[in-house]
Design a protein around this ligand. Structure first.
Ligand code: ATP
Length: 207
């Protein structure tokens, strides 16, 4: 399985935290992806705009991942500029890795709203979805996509795209919003973010 599946984890990462990192490692270990690309958006399409600019968010990601095997900091959405649509990113990945089965990793919050994503039907032609149950978020429900759910990891190999696989991950009730608020309130964020970016975050978000 190791060579065939390629993971894609997009986000705002404003900032990156252990809820992003530990959970993708759980996915990586369970499904044996050849790699997982963590892709910060340039201009997010479906939410309010981030506090840090795209380059800052990417550099923090790079700093954290430089010695982590199998996780890749990928700046393709920043290089592409403009609003970041996942469908464009997947088309690009498909061109670069035509043999791979692309697996888009999302939390349950994103899954429940997935049918509001730009050209979501095309996304399902390009990739499987790997859904991580996110702590503190309602159980996953998506009337359009639930019929595609499978509990068999082999289904991700048998089809090139279009299946929804639910992955158990560490339940870490952490969000970027909470981290930003804690910094504003001068609370400690120790052990919620990687240690090698913690002091940078205090400087960057204090404003
Ligand atoms: P914010 O609080 O600013 O909305 P966030 O913490 O939700 O940010 P994003 O960068 O927006 O982080 O999320 C990127 C992806 O990571 C989404 O698919 C989201 O569901 C998932 N994710 C974020 N935090 C967790 C977590 N604690 N556990 C599992 N998945 C998570």
């Amino acid at each position: 399985m190791a060579d065939q599946l390629l993971g894609i984890f997009g986000g705002t990462f404003d900032p990156l935290h252990i809820g992003h990192l530990r959970t993708v490692i759980d996915v990586q270990q369970s499904l044996n992806f050849s790699a997982i690309h963590l892709i910060p958006n340039n201009v997010p399409a479906h939410r309010e705009q981030p506090v840090l600019d795209a380059q800052q968010r990417y550099q923090l990601l790079q700093q954290v991942l430089k010695n982590v095997a199998g996780l890749v900091a990928d700046d393709r959405e920043i290089k592409r500029q403009g609003v970041s649509y996942m469908v464009d990113t997947l088309r690009d990945m498909h061109q670069q890795f035509p043999q791979k089965h692309l697996c888009l990793i999302i939390g349950t919050d994103a899954y429940n709203d997935f049918c509001q994503w730009h050209e979501w039907q095309d996304i399902m032609q390009l990739a499987h979805l790997i859904v991580m149950q996110r702590a503190g978020v309602a159980a996953m429900v998506n009337k359009e996509l639930d019929p595609q759910r499978t509990t068999e990891a082999d289904d991700l190999l048998n089809a090139k795209a279009g299946r929804v696989y639910v992955q158990n991950v560490s339940q870490l009730d952490v969000s970027s919003t909470a981290i930003r608020q804690m910094i504003q309130q001068q609370q400690s964020i120790q052990f919620l973010v990687p240690e090698n970016i913690r002091s940078d975050l205090h400087i960057l978000y204090k404003g």
